[in-house]
Write a protein that binds this ligand. Structure first.
Ligand code: UTP
Length: 297
């Protein structure tokens, strides 16, 4: 059976985006017209995912409301002759089943994924971070390709990577240590190095918010000691899987399908501008206004 289950961790506190995230989840911040997490779900649904478990936390209930059907709003739009707006709510009726559970202490991404174990049981699953979009308007089919590679290579884990333009950036990311030379977009992983020094980085390939895991990840997460900041790191568990002989496969994002990470203001601003410029209705006007402001002729 193909992988049709996803865990979407959205429980982080988003402290790098304060005060914007003081009383709303960062995953609900808009990028262009939609909240980030809507793009994530659309991407998963297109890849054939049928059930999504959100790992939520305190103050994140607007995510549950968002994916529920708002009958009052639908009736209001009908009664006030705004039927054309109903198309904007079509996602409420997609065929995905949603489940929600809470991470009651922010003990890190690895801990958040572990909370999904009773839901996924003994099945492989996709893990998609709720604060990252892949490709402009999430048009990427990377998750579908990752599922195919998971099945074809009989891997224990498949990880998406983004090639960093600037090698000095490696210090901020989990970086791939490929097994041998990387020829093409799919490669075998030896291990991962978390935030290496520039001269110690085995590649410029940074972990990019999408994973496919076999249930073996849970065996490692259960025993992963707390690392940096007292958190259980997903990277540590992935390394342990590979150190014990589990097969890791990397897949490089195509250059025209970048990762839009909205976890800090710099990358959030870039993401918003890219999506707004690509908006069919308002993009051209915005581009014109930016050209004037920047005095580009
Ligand atoms: P981040 O690593 O960006 O952490 O999370 P954060 O806590 O949300 O943000 P800062 O560092 O305080 O600004 C990456 C993804 O993992 C989820 C987040 O919701 C986000 O989607 N996450 C992170 C959890 O679900 N639980 C955690 O304990 C940490």
């Amino acid at each position: 059976m193909s992988v049709d289950l996803a865990i979407v961790p959205v429980a982080g506190l988003g402290t790098r985006l304060l005060p914007a995230t003081k009383s709303q989840p960062k995953e609900m911040l808009p990028v262009g017209r939609r909240p980030v997490v809507q793009y994530v779900v659309e991407e998963l649904a297109r890849a054939g995912v049928k059930r999504i478990l959100f790992i939520t936390g305190y103050g994140k209930s607007s995510i549950e409301d968002f994916f529920d059907i708002n009958h009052q709003l639908v009736n209001h739009l009908r009664q006030t002759g705004k039927e054309d707006q109903l198309a904007e709510l079509a996602f409420e009726r997609n065929e995905v089943e949603y489940a929600y559970t809470r991470q009651r202490e922010q003990l890190g991404l690895g801990h958040a994924v572990l909370i999904g174990e009773p839901f996924s049981g003994n099945q492989p699953f996709v893990c998609a971070l709720g604060d990252s979009i892949i490709g402009l308007h999430a048009k990427s089919n990377i998750v579908e390709r990752m599922i195919e590679e998971y099945e074809r290579t009989k891997a224990d884990l498949v990880v998406a990577f983004e090639e960093l333009d600037d090698p000095r950036e490696v210090v901020h990311y989990g970086i791939a240590q490929p097994k041998g030379a990387v020829n093409g977009d799919v490669f075998e992983l030896e291990s991962l190095i978390e935030k290496p020094a520039v001269d110690e980085a085995p590649s410029r390939l940074a972990v990019a918010a999408r994973y496919v895991f076999s249930p073996s990840i849970f065996d490692e997460l259960r025993h992963t000691p707390r690392g940096k900041g007292g958190e259980i790191q997903l990277t540590d568990a992935m390394r342990a899987v590979m150190a014990k002989g589990g097969k890791g496969v990397g897949i490089r994002l195509p250059a025209d399908e970048p990762r839009f990470d909205i976890g800090n203001f710099e990358s959030y601003f870039h993401a918003f501008v890219d999506f707004a410029l690509a908006d069919p209705q308002f993009g051209p006007g915005l581009a014109e206004s930016l050209r004037k402001k920047l005095q580009i002729t």
